[in-house]
Design a protein around this ligand. Structure first.
Ligand SMILES: Cc1cc2nc3c(=O)[nH]c(=O)nc-3n(C[C@H](O)[C@H](O)[C@H](O)COP(=O)(O)O)c2cc1C
Length: 250
């Protein structure tokens, strides 16, 4: 089996949110798709370790916000790499509720769906959760974000809880074993791990965020031109909050 073949499957990127007894939870998902038109139903695949899984199953409701192409990366960082049990993901975003009462995140979104859970299937690592859409709205005519654009533009990884996660070592081993012609084609199209560094740059091994010395990190008082080594020891990845020690030189 060739794992790289799975990268040819197309997806969008979504923010799934729910609430049970006053506790909100939400996560970033690429695995979200429409499965029937009448009644309109969506399916999501949610990792059992995600806080959101329990909240969705207990409440029986969830919302899906379709993220826009030029998404605010803080939303990806907070909702895609951190746990709703550790941080308040909803404090900095604007939300509404519709029919089910599930929080619906409006920031960086082009459309939303309000769903009630009608079925769920235990898939081992994930639950496949099916929701009937009871309300929806289009809130912007901007383009939605695709998983391919996310990988190419932001050069970011997806964490292990994503159903489409593939270990980088597996992809590297496959590439090394590929016939030369195929390897050349793959490198032509494979932007996911294509970093352009001058040898002194660092990348976060948790989420793939590349620290750019030319930009520095003004949020921690490090101006453009600050080498990674000179960042304060308590600096953190602006996307996934990983400590400085999780950055590796590339
Ligand atoms: C690009 C991307 C795609 C993801 N897709 C999924 C997905 O489809 N299903 C899933 O369970 N987790 C997915 N994740 C991981 C969750 O968003 C992540 O585990 C999140 O921190 C869970 O938050 P929670 O514990 O507050 O629910 C994805 C993350 C990213 C960054």
């Amino acid at each position: 089996m060739k794992r790289k073949a799975f990268h040819k499957l197309s997806y969008g990127l979504y923010l799934i949110a729910s609430e049970f007894q006053g506790k909100k939870a939400g996560y970033i998902a690429n695995t979200t798709f429409q499965i029937t038109s009448e009644p309109p139903q969506l399916a999501i695949s949610c990792h059992k370790d995600n806080q959101s899984a329990r909240v969705i199953l207990d409440s029986g409701i969830f919302s899906v916000s379709v993220l826009k192409k030029e998404v605010n990366m803080k939303i990806i960082g907070d909702f895609g790499f951190m746990s709703s049990g550790d941080i308040d993901k909803f404090g900095g975003v604007s939300t509404i509720t519709a029919q089910t009462g599930a929080p619906i995140v409006l920031d960086s979104s082009v459309a939303w769906f309000d769903c009630k859970v009608v079925n769920s299937i235990d898939l081992g690592s994930h639950y496949l959760i099916i929701g009937e859409v009871v309300d929806s709205d289009e809130i912007s005519d901007e383009d939605p974000l695709t998983y391919q654009y996310y990988r190419e533009k932001y050069k970011m990884f997806s964490p292990k809880n994503s159903p489409t996660y593939i270990e980088k070592a597996v992809l590297d081993a496959e590439a090394a074993a590929s016939p030369k012609v195929l390897q050349e084609q793959e490198h032509e199209h494979d932007h996911e791990h294509e970093y352009v560094f001058d040898g002194k740059n660092y990348v976060c091994v948790i989420c793939g965020f590349p620290y750019n010395p030319e930009e520095g990190d003004p949020s921690v008082g490090s101006p453009p031109g600050t080498p990674f080594e000179d960042l304060p020891e308590d600096s953190r990845c602006p996307i996934c909050n990983a400590a400085k020690e999780y950055f590796k030189e590339v």
